[in-house]
Write a protein of this length. Sequence first.
Length: 163
Amino acid sequence: MLKKLFKKKEVNTDLTAPLTGKLLPLEQVPDQVFSQKMMGDGIAIEPSDNNVVSPIDGEVVDVFKTKHAISFRTDGGAEILVHMGLETVQLDGKGFDIHVENGQKVKKGDRLATFDIDTIAADGYKTVTPIILLNGEEFAITNMESKQEVVAGEDVLFHIEKK
């Protein structure tokens, strides 16, 4: 029983795909902020499905007011950003239906949002979704996935380790 009480939090974790679609290296994202890793390292997905699920076990830190991005903190402290589409902040929430709120605890695979990729693409925005490790000074990405297609909530995109 005492072992349970003083159990150390798991710091290292696998990050699963928050969307189903085609995997892209961050360098191929047509936005310099992401392709040049100004916000941090990660990977991107060109979605083929509208559903967005939690890539980690942890907590929702921030649902952006414009609904186009959600940030998380893993139980071990790694901070992750899922940015749905490029330049989609300009849509001011149009095409996004959010199912979580700030401070909410989530598990891998929990539904986060519905992202209307057809409407967003029809409005002239790219739907490619970067998934970024925000605190790369404390954590490292290892075992980056290289397959072409991933399934939301099932496929591991990369492993996060404490430096």
